[in-house]
Design a binder for this molecule. Structure first.
Ligand code: NAD
Length: 324
């Protein structure tokens, strides 16, 4: 790692960032490069990782990767080592979500096991896959004079602690990331590798930026202070603080104070039966199939609680604009 005792510096370090093509991951990649570190974007082949790497220049590379694949994650780490010589930082930002109740009594239908498994697979197993393989790569580093070899940063969510109606799969995946932080940190401490998990509240990622202004200001009001959504650059700043402060290890760091109003709105939503919300055109069809007004509110509430990637439909901003 770059510095010796005490506070460290990003300068000269090499980081791999899963989900690095979008949102929080992208902000992290940008911050690494801006601070004279080098970064490998580890994201799906169809993501904008390639274009971002091109934009950021020779200090950045793209490794098209599905984080659930052992071979692909190993390939991304090998690329990082071959191109930049070492791996000091691994940031896990890749994540997905579905919204569905444990059992839909109106439809007499249980939560889709496939959907549950998919969320666990990407969010939890994908994160662990990167942790375990990146740890192996970091273990090859010569320790600095304080014994540091690397740092791993995971991304959980407020849903790890305050899971809401319809968030069973997502909360389980994020709660497990929080749960594994301490044992992984203990496992890797003898090798001088630190592990910290950040639990974001509400951040202004690309989908939220596409919402009408009044929807975004409604969301912002749900945060008592500061009353606004988090800027992905603030998440990236926290990543930098974790990397540079060698005392942070084995802990989870929540980002925002959320208002109880959100929970009250959820009580209203909880009277509705659950829906798995597919993406794209299917998501729009699912939306149409829901009870009017309350259904939109329920979707909206689910949408609120995790940064908005429960729905991936261009129709959503228009609908929210109409109903709020
Ligand atoms: N934005 C928020 O308000 C918020 C709140 C709480 C937690 N989080 C967490 O932060 C992380 C980043 O969220 P975001 O808002 O930036 O999301 P995002 O949707 O903007 O970015 C997620 C990225 O992960 C990538 N990805 C998805 N599945 C993948 C896979 N199998 N392999 C590799 N890459 C994959 C996507 O291509 C995308 O680029 C997620 O883990 C999310 O759960 C976000």
């Amino acid at each position: 790692m770059a510095a010796t005792r005490g506070l460290r510096s990003l300068k000269g370090m090499v980081g791999v960032v899963t989900g690095g093509a979008s949102g929080l991951g992208q902000a992290t990649v940008r911050r690494l490069v801006k601070n004279e570190a080098r970064a490998v974007i580890v994201d799906l082949p169809h993501s904008s990782g390639e274009a971002l790497a091109k934009e950021l220049g020779p200090s950045c590379a793209f490794a098209p990767t599905d984080v659930t694949s052992e071979g692909e994650v190993q390939g991304a780490l090998t690329l990082a080592r071959e191109k930049f010589g070492r791996i000091d930082i691994a940031v896990n930002c890749a994540g997905i979500a579905v919204a569905s109740k444990t059992y839909n009594f109106r439809k007499n239908e249980a939560h889709s096991l496939e959907a549950f498994q998919k969320v666990i697979q990407v969010n939890l197993i994908g994160t662990f896959n990167m942790i375990r393989l990146a740890a192996g790569e970091m273990g090859k580093n010569e320790p600095d004079e304080s014994g540091h070899r690397g740092v791993i940063i995971n991304t959980a969510s407020v849903a790890a602690f305050e899971g809401q109606v319809g968030q069973v799969a997502y909360s389980a995946s994020k709660g497990a990331i929080v749960g594994m932080t301490l044992p992984v940190a203990r496992d890797l401490a003898p090798m001088g590798i630190r592990v910290v998990t950040i639990a974001p509240g509400l951040f202004e990622t690309p989908l939220l930026l596409g919402l009408p202004e009044k929807v975004r200001s409604f969301l912002a009001r749900q945060v008592p202070f500061p009353s606004r959504l988090g800027d992905p650059a603030e998440y990236a700043h926290l990543v930098q603080a974790v990397v540079e402060n060698p005392l942070l290890n084995g802990i989870q760091v929540p980002t925002q104070l959320l208002c109880l109003d959100l929970l009250l709105v959820f009580q209203l939503a909880s009277s509705l039966s659950s829906h798995l919300l597919p993406t794209g055109p299917l998501g729009f069809l699912a939306l149409l199939g829901l009870p009017p007004v309350l259904g939109f509110k329920a979707l909206y509430c689910l949408f609120l609680l995790d940064g908005g990637y429960l729905l991936r439909t261009h129709a959503l901003p228009v609908i929210l604009d109409h109903f709020l």
